[in-house]
Every structure is written in C-alpha cells, then in structure tokens.
Write a protein that binds this ligand. Structure first.
Ligand code: ASP
Ligand code: MG
Length: 409
C-alpha cells in the first residue's frame, strides 16, 4: 500500500465529464489498495474569470478580498470531485485550504506555505476516505484566506506530499510529460522518462512551462518523488523527476530550452575602471528589474562595452533609467536596446563530466550561419542569445545535433 498525492490542473477538471474521469482514476488507485489524496485546481479559465470580475469593480483589486474571491474556484472543484468519487461508491471528503489547515504567511496573492496540519487528513485516510484538498489556497494566522500565486496548486500538491511523506506526488496535466523540447517546434521531440530536479528547473525557467517553478524547488528540497502525467490518458508513466544520484544512466544532454522574452541592452564606450559595473547595474537593481546574462569586455582603446539582458517587458524602463541616471555619470558613448533577441539553451547534468558540449553547440549554430551575440554557462547548461528570427531553427538543429529525437530503432 502506498500513499499517493494526485494533483489535477484546470483542464483535468474542466467539466463534469473530466471530473468523473478523475474519480475513475482515483477509484483504480483505491482498488489497488493505495491511499489517495487529491489536490485540484479551479476549472480551466475560472480563475481568470474571477480576477476579471473583480477588476470590473476595482481596477486594482484589494488583495485580501481578491483572495477571498479567487479561492472559490477551487472550492467548487473540490466539492464536485468528492461527489464524483462518492458516486462510485468510495468514501470521500473535501477540504478548503483553511479547513485542513494549510498555514501560510499573510502575503495575499503570493503567500508562502509555512506549515500543514495533516492530522485530519491522516485520520480520514486511515478511515478509508479519499481526501480532496483545494489547491492554490491557505489561511494565515488571523484566519484570512490566502492564495499562493498563479499556478499555485502544483505547490499545494507537492507541499502536501512532503508533509504526508507520500510515496509519490503525481501531477496530472494536459501533456503526458516533460519533452526534450517543445514538440510544436520540433515534432520529433521525445518525452523524457526521467529528468533531474536541476534540469527541470533550468527547463522550466527557460520557458518549457509544465510545472510551477516553485513547486519543483519545493520538491527538490523535501525530496518529494514527483511525476508529471497526462489526465487524458488511462495509462502512461509520464516523466519522473529524479535526483541525480538515483539515475546512473544519465544522457549527456536532456533537452533544448528557449526563451523569447529576453531583450539585450548594450552600454557602449564606457571607461574601463573599477565601479562601472556597479554604477550601471545598481540603478537597474534598485528599480527591481531582473538581469539575466551579463558580458563585459575591454577593447584596445581602454573603453569597454557592457552588455546585459532583461525581460522584454522591462526593456523601456531599463533604457530610461540608464539614459536619465547613468549615461552622463559614467560618460558612456551610447546606449542601445534590442528586443529582437531570444535565448536558446542546451541543458544536461551529463555535461559536468563531458567536455566539448559547448564547441559542438557553437559549431552547430555556425554551420547554419547563426550569429551568437552572448554566451553564458553553468555546470549543467550553456545558453546563447541570438537573433529572434533564428530561434526555432537553432532549437531544431541543436535537437538534432545532440540526437535527442525519437528513438525509432
Ligand atoms: N487556479 C489557480 C490558477 O489558475 C491555481 C492553479 O491552477 O494552479 O492560477
Ligand atoms: Mg497549472
């Protein structure tokens, strides 16, 4: 007998038929003798609808009241899911976050889970119930309803699995796992049987959005065994997210990630002296603008060009700050922004022990005539910034060069 937490996203509980299908899967797990805790999101589109409704009353909705409101989305699906399970003759009970309780801090709309009181859940499971818990919500110490940020039901699922010491946390969604890259760009992309937590974080933060990033960090920290699966298929093993040491047969490269959201800023002709990097990036940080890659290089004339990337949405804000507050101070010749850029990354823990991955990546791009504008590396990834119009081509040729396509043998 195992204790399994199953989290179902919005498309998996989008209508009564989908909810009945969730109940049937739960029943199959119960029939095998397992204890099952179900975490559900709101029906797909529902949270957006609620937020828009609030905005019709108040342009910037009060965060406490917004949480009271959006939490109702999940309150509907827990009750319906419990009913659907009961309808199959299985005992079920639903709880909102506050009923569990799932204790959070008081940061409305982006609260963090502090503690889960799982006594009631354990008692229910022991009494043969399936327990259905609302994702995305909790309660603060003053009894206020809080929510965990968009996509937060993943975090609820993982946190519950950690607290209950579940044998596995299954995340059911509308894709059947994590892929080597986006199949819309590379039709030969292959589902990975497993991926390490670190790789998953790189893939997710680089734009392959399957799981809320925070839930992956959480699972890594508390050693929760996490699996991503499709709720639209009866069978299928999905993708297991593992720890590196559990996985002896690691491929060198697991996937190609990409991100269209990055813009490049270059500060040209700045004097080469101590403090310049701080004078450029200090005001950017003060404005809460995240910087990703940074490059600086000293030219022969003793001046340097300083280049970095920010999110495209923040390009104009960053340029204004630089032109108003920085350019004069440091005597920079020119400041240019470019939002026609994209980042492409090769990700794999295997590159820790393999040399030559970078040169293979650069050769592959060179053969297609794709110019590399910036490079950054970590132990398990190499990223390049290139012209946006070559992004899909780069992803395709790299996917092929690293032999990530479907094994048709
Ligand atoms: N319903 C919430 C949202 O749409 C939480 C979730 O689905 O994970 O963001
Ligand atoms: Mg989701």
């Amino acid at each position: 007998m195992a204790l399994i937490v199953q989290k179902y996203g919005g498309t998996s509980v989008a209508n009564p038929e989908r909810i009945r299908s969730v109940a049937r899967r739960v029943a199959r797990y119960k029939a095998l003798g397992h204890q099952v805790v179900v975490v559900v999101s709101a029906m797909s589109g529902e949270t957006n609808k609620l937020i828009n409704l609030a905005k019709e009353i108040m342009a910037e909705p009060d965060p406490r009241e917004l949480d009271v409101m959006v939490a109702t989305g999940e309150q509907v699906t827990i009750a319906l899911t419990a009913m659907a399970i009961m309808d199959l003759g299985i005992k079920a009970v639903s709880y909102t976050g506050a009923q569990v309780p799932i204790w959070t801090n008081d940061a409305h709309t982006k609260a963090r889970i502090l503690d889960i009181d799982d006594k009631k859940i354990h008692a229910d499971l022991d009494a043969g119930f399936v327990v259905v818990v609302a994702g995305f919500q909790g309660v603060d110490e003053n009894g206020n309803i809080t929510t965990l940020g968009r996509g937060g039901s993943d975090t609820t699922g993982v946190a519950l699995a950690a607290s209950l010491k579940a044998d596995e946390c299954q995340i059911y969604t509308d894709v059947d796992g994590v892929y080597t890259t986006d199949p819309r760009i590379v039709p030969e992309a292959r589902r990975l049987k497993s991926i390490t937590f670190e790789e998953m974080l790189e893939m997710a933060s680089l734009g392959s959005k399957v799981l809320q990033i925070r839930s992956v960090e959480f699972a890594g920290k508390y050693k929760v065994k996490l699996r991503v699966l499709s709720s639209f298929e009866e069978e299928g093993e999905g993708t297991l997210i593992t720890f590196e040491d559990e996985n002896m047969e690691q491929p060198i490269i697991s996937g190609i990630a990409f991100n269209r959201d990055e813009a490049k800023i270059t500060v040209l002709g700045v004097p080469d002296r101590p403090g310049i990097a701080y004078q450029i990036l200090g005001p950017i940080a003060d404005a809460n603008i995240d910087v990703d890659m940074i490059i600086q290089n000293v030219g022969a004339d003793g001046t340097t060009d300083f280049t970095f990337t920010v999110h495209k949405n923040e390009l104009n804000k960053a340029l204004t700050i630089l032109k108003d507050k920085v350019q004069g101070h440091i005597n920079a010749r020119e400041i240019v922004g470019d939002d026609k850029t994209a980042k492409v990354s090769v990700v794999g823990v295997g590159m820790r022990s393999h040399v030559g991955i970078a040169s293979q990546m650069f050769r592959t791009l060179a053969e297609e005539g794709i110019n590399i504008q910036m490079i950054s590396t970590s132990e398990i990834k190499i990223s390049v910034v290139i012209d946006e119009k070559y992004m899909e081509l780069a992803v395709r040729v790299l996917h092929k060069a690293f032999e990530l396509e479907e094994d048709r043998g």
